[in-house]
Ligand binder design. Sequence first.
Ligand code: ATP
Ligand code: MG
Length: 409
Amino acid sequence: MITNTFGSSRSAALAAPIGPDEVDPHPSGRIDDVTTPGSSATSATQTPATQSPATQAPSARRKRMLTGDRPTGKLHLGHFVGSIENRVRLQHEYETFLIIADLHMLTTRNTRKDIDEVSRNARDMVLDQLAAGIDPEHATFYLQSAIPEVCELNTLFQNLVTVPRLERVPSLKDMARAAGKDEMPYGLLGYPVLQAADILCVKGDIVPVGKDNHAHVEVTREIARRFNFLYGEVFPIPELVESQITTLIGTDGQSKMSKSLGNAIMLSDDAATVRRKVIGMYTDPNRIRADIPGTVEGNPVFAYHDAFNDDPAEVADLKERYRAGRVGDVEVKDRLTSAVNRYLEPMRERRAGFERRSGLVDGIIVDGTERTRREVQVVLAEVKRAMGITGSYNQLRRKAERARKRRDA
Ligand code: ATP
Ligand code: MG
């Protein structure tokens, strides 16, 4: 069973639309749009017994981490060094939300076939992360599209950023190009806005992501600041957590490791597959014989040795001999194969343990999604109160009710 740090305070939190340190902009208005599965409408006059961590004063609540991946396939070493390593490291320090970002997937892959593959890919991704060391007792995984409130937040955020600002985000053009799109889809331009909704819908404090996502986190920070300026302090300003290796090059040495480019070593690859991929790696093209001095800098084989080989003395020795023309590519790659397999072996063991527990991953995703949805509903209600949106409808409804009563009298 998956437990979480909120435990039983969760349902009480849902009956807590306004915390003691918040100012209700509509003190006489009904705040009853926080309806959740299994909970009835609540009223602003209720005094909360327990507050949701989402609405607690920043000093009182446990800080949160939000990050994740698009469910386009299995995860690879690039995902690991760019983000997952930090997720594992920080998961006990922060309350952790890990998104399976299928709405973001639609920005570049939206055929019926792509969508039909989401549930399988979601399972694979979660299993990859459990294998990598994410503790399902602490982290909450969730499927983005199952939380429609995120789309509402996205809509509210769309006016807090300009089109030229989004057009300056470098990764979006790269993504459009990689997806073979001549023109930028509207949704892809809005990718960082939807990402801001993901991060802020749980009031994320830290966001560990790879280089291609750094500019997106900056957009989130701008949106959070703009929101707080216009409507009052609702959001934390999330911090980017940079990894040591911000972009891992692919095995082809041409561009970042990416499964769609076929240049990736998957976290789930077996030892023989790792060997085959490493043997086929791009290396110094000028080095046609082992006795020709080679270049280490920018050489992906050595980039991987630096990233994954746990024996620095071996790496230093290989580099020295490579520069001097005293080692063949075969030995360098053999040693890399062993190093990557040593690196992945503990993941393989953990994976086998999780795989044996039938239905575990599906349960983790469903429980996590339901839990996250309840948290997001609380935050969205706070957002709408801060903006005064809840009040507009409540005023109309009160007048309509009064008029109806007069008519019926
Ligand atoms: P792929 O192209 O393989 O589908 P992606 O870029 O679509 O990968 P996302 O799901 O968008 O993957 O990103 C998930 C996280 O992994 C992000 O934080 C991203 O920065 C990081 N990431 C992905 N590829 C790499 C890489 N080669 N090096 C470093 N970080 C990476
Ligand atoms: Mg992807």
